[in-house]
Design a protein around this ligand. Structure first.
Ligand code: NAP
Length: 321
């Protein structure tokens, strides 16, 4: 089969397409014929060697969707021929930018009939991270207000929809060209993140009390901002930053409001199949629509890695092998 691999860490030029043996699924694995593999910023961190995947050469691609073509004897709940969705690959296991991938049973879930497999290929990291942040960590409740920074991003656009599906009031930020689409996806208020009066605008859009839950993917930009705008007893979940040397300029604000800060990595999820099943169910009911901004073939995965870090788009970049 054809598989993208990197034999050394480095820039996107280290990615090449190799002819390799089709994987044999172990007893607790499902062999998936890949219909689509989502591209995520973390693919570039792995490729650069920041987290040192367990072995080289490595096949990139954390997310997949496709058809189960062989099922290990210990796997329950998935049969040959089922449409499936997977995530959590390419760190300690070969990834999804290939024609086939063997997926451990705790990282895969069935996909309801009628869900577009290309959109589902882009769902894993984005939607599971949004689920873990908003539902598992922050405990978002109906009638609360959620602030989602960067609502047009992969995680952001999934988070907007999950927060809306949970019955929360959704305030999000994005470049102006995406405002209309984000309103259609369930945002109650969409604010340009470049506004100089963003603090006041967030407070006004949150009925004056401030957001109860904040999902922050740029902690170096927004850690103090989050504390300043959050409601009393607010919960802030941090998933990323550009500069890890982050900090408060006034942590007393956070203390004065009894704020909770939770930092997380999706890869720490004990059993990824649990949130994956929920995400898949919401895709089936139409409550979660993963937007595919652009597709690439296997020869173009290097370009996809560059684009996910540099380009502006709404939703996900997806590889179709
Ligand atoms: N901890 C975890 O488990 C976890 C999981 C997934 C992702 N992450 C991290 O979370 C971050 C986002 O991931 P992603 O997949 O959603 O990436 P993405 O699809 O590239 O989205 C990033 C979004 O941030 C927006 N943005 C740029 N500047 C901004 C600003 N000043 N304020 C608010 N938004 C701004 C971008 O909009 P424009 O392009 O229009 O400017 C883009 O929509 C990355 O750092 C990623 O590594 C962490």
């Amino acid at each position: 089969m054809r598989a993208v691999r990197y034999h050394e860490y480095g820039g996107s030029a280290v990615l090449q397409v190799d002819e390799v043996d089709r994987p044999e699924p172990a007893d607790d694995e499902v062999l998936v014929e890949v219909a689509a593999a989502g591209i995520n910023p973390v693919d570039t961190y792995f490729r650069e060697g920041s987290y040192q995947p367990f072995t080289l050469p490595m096949v990139p691609g954390v997310d997949a969707a496709g058809e189960a073509v062989a099922v290990g004897s210990a796997v329950e709940g998935i049969s040959e021929g089922d449409a499936v969705i997977a995530t959590g690959l390419s760190k300690d296991h070969y990834g999804a930018c290939a024609e086939y991938v063997a997926v451990p049973s705790d990282r895969i879930a069935p996909l309801p009939e009628g869900v577009d497999p290309v959109a589902a290929g882009g769902a894993g990291v984005a939607a599971v991270t949004a689920w873990r942040a908003l539902i598992d960590h922050a405990g978002l409740e109906p009638a609360e207000t959620a602030l989602i920074h960067g609502g047009s991003g992969g995680v952001g656009h999934a988070a907007v929809q999950l927060a809306a599906a949970a019955g929360a009031r959704v305030v999000t930020t994005a470049a102006p060209e995406y405002h209309e689409r984000l309103e259609a996806l369930g945002a109650d208020a969409v604010l340009d993140y470049a506004r100089t009066d963003l603090r006041d605008a967030v407070t006004a859009a949150s009925d004056g009390d401030g957001p109860d839950v904040i999902l922050d993917h740029r902690l170096d930009d927004y850690l103090q901002f989050d504390a300043d705008v959050a409601a009393h007893d607010g919960r802030i979940v941090g998933i990323g930053e550009n500069d890890p040397a982050i900090g408060f300029t006034n942590d007393g604000v956070a203390r004065s409001k009894d704020l909770t800060y939770q930092f997380m990595s999706m890869f720490n999820t004990p059993d990824l199949s649990v949130p994956l099943r929920r995400v898949a169910r919401l895709m089936g009911t139409g409550d979660l629509d993963i937007e595919v901004a652009r597709t690439y073939d296997l020869d173009e995965v290097g370009a996809a890695h560059d684009d996910v870090m540099a380009d502006s788009f709404l939703g996900k970049l997806v590889v179709v092998p």
